[in-house]
Design a protein around this ligand. Structure first.
Ligand code: 6LW
Length: 503
């Protein structure tokens, strides 16, 4: 494609690996900000900052107070917070999301995207997921939702004016027109949408019109991006947002998945955020080739200091990448009880329940290792790889014993156990992506669970097929989260270490 300067270097895509779907991006001067969906997890809506579109650092979570993220304890996994739109307008940041488990469409504002974000403004008259925000030259604020329809709103009060109007809804026969984003670019208003559903048929299409309400003329080359029906290693590509760099070039962020193993291919990290360049030809965007090894943008790259994989819980506030299903209370999860340690107190539920004391981080690499030093003198708990309540593998320690439990759909089985000496124990989980697909039934990876000897030797209790912790098996919209839990009493974690293996 075209005249874009090439540096000969490549960057690795996804730019934000792990369960970070539905990216929405905006730029203010030299700074880019990006928000993702978070579903049942608290805190919600992770926010990232970058100066080069390639390296992203998490600067917080927009919804980090219970009043902003009201999730009933029974809220299903893959419920909760869907599809943000992040914009900068009139000197502030605006974030709009849907809480499908209760409060509907909600708008938040902040002067600093790292927070604090306001309490929610409820948009009780706006029905539909994936809300977008755009302002026209007359100062009208338009909220466009999946379907696709559009409401005029007062973003300060949440008031809706008049009935919604129906807009262009994608190609004939394509299901799930969603993820609308509306932009004023040159003489046109562009309406970008996803269609085909968030699975293998996902794609991105666009139309343009002279007003924010259309009429819209579809791009003759729709879909402008899809990997449906291909062997491409990045699948399910869609749900995109556009941004212009200071040099005038255009870029798209989108979600995609990396399936592994044989047939049908299982993706285990959830939907991840990818970057791809965009050129404009005859007033339409032409999306460049999306790959895991993308030609680097022409500007100097600005790597952030890598996020340390080791957390020794020396700070009283948990780093922003730690998340918990539905809620986290200072009584059940604290670094203040024993400074330098994370104390988790069981709430009565197990990982099979919607109310459990679990603190985890997204699995962000196809192969990785997680380790933690746990003291179980006052209870029992351990490490788990969690997709949802019905799909998780755990290694649980209690005084004198460790056991591995596999929850797969309706079955919950202790698959291995072993005595251990009294005192703190290092638990370890290793995820190894399959490199060679021996036959069509080969799974995507293996998950090995065990303990570490004082000399660092890994004593594996068992190794399990990772396909059962994939979206193709479990369903839903999330990805794996690896973390610590309390099963009974109180447990204390001295440190937790996560490291990629290989990639
Ligand atoms: C989201 C919809 C989608 O609201 O999946 O991929 C839904 N796109 O736009 C959940 O993320």
């Amino acid at each position: 494609m075209s005249s874009r300067p090439q540096t000969g270097k490549t960057i690795s895509n996804p730019v934000i690996p792990g369960f970070h779907p539905d990216p929405s991006i905006c730029r203010v001067g030299e700074d880019y900000y990006l928000a993702c969906s978070s579903f049942e997890y608290f805190p919600g809506v992770p926010l990232f900052h970058s100066r080069d579109l390639v390296h992203w650092a998490q600067i917080g979570n927009a919804l980090d107070r219970p009043a902003q993220l009201r999730l009933p304890l029974g809220a299903p996994s893959s419920g909760g917070i869907y599809a943000p739109t992040l914009r900068h307008h009139d000197g502030r940041f605006w974030l709009i999301v849907t809480n499908v488990s209760g409060d509907g469409n909600l708008l938040f504002t902040a002067t600093d995207p790292a927070g604090p974000w306001s309490d929610p403004i409820r948009l009780t008259g706006v029905h539909g997921i994936d809300p977008d925000l755009a302002w026209d030259e007359d100062g009208n604020c338009w909220c466009t939702v999946a379907g696709v329809s559009q409401f005029r709103i007062d973003p300060h009060t949440g008031e809706t004016f008049g009935p919604p109007r129906r807009l262009w809804s994608g190609g004939p026969g394509a299901k799930a027109p969603e993820a609308p984003h509306l932009y004023r670019i040159g003489d046109y208003w562009y309406l970008l949408i996803a269609e085909g559903g968030t699975e293998r048929c996902h794609g991105v299409s666009i139309a343009r019109g002279r007003t924010p309400g259309g009429p819209f003329e579809p791009c003759p080359d729709n879909p402008v991006l899809t990997h449906r029906g291909t062997e491409h290693p990045i699948q399910n590509t869609g749900h995109a947002d556009l941004v212009q760099a200071p040099d005038g070039s255009w870029w798209m962020v989108l979600l995609g998945v990396r399936p592994g193993g044989g047939t049908p291919g299982w993706h285990v990290l959830g939907r991840e955020t990818f970057l791809v360049p965009v050129e404009w030809v005859d007033g339409w965007p032409v999306v460049g080739e999306l790959s895991t090894d993308l030609p680097a943008p022409p500007w100097p790259l600005q790597p952030h200091t890598a996020v340390p994989g080791l957390d020794d819980f020396d700070f009283s506030d948990l780093a922003p990448y730690w998340v918990s299903p539905r809620r986290r209370s200072p009584e059940d999860c604290t670094t203040k009880e024993r400074p330098g340690r994370l104390t988790l107190r069981a709430r009565g539920g197990s990982l099979d329940d919607t109310d459990v004391t679990f603190v985890g981080r997204r699995q962000q690499h196809l192969s990785c290792r997680a380790r933690a030093l746990i003291d179980v003198a006052e209870g029992s708990g351990g490490l788990a790889v969690r997709l949802d309540e019905r799909h998780h593998y755990d290694i649980e320690a209690s005084p004198g014993e460790v056991r591995v439990r596999a929850r797969i759909g309706p079955s919950n089985t202790v698959v291995a156990s072993r005595p251990v000496p009294p005192g703190p124990v290092v638990l370890r989980i290793e995820v190894t992506a399959v490199q060679t697909v021996n036959d069509a039934r080969t799974g995507p990876d293996t998950v090995s669970l065990g303990v570490e000897e004082p000399d660092g030797t890994f004593v594996e209790l068992t190794s399990l097929d990772g396909r059962y912790l994939s979206t193709e098996v479990a369903g839903g919209f999330t990805g794996r989260v690896i973390g610590m839990f309390a099963a009974t009493g109180s447990v204390h974690f001295d440190w937790f270490d996560y490291e990629p293996i290989g990639d």
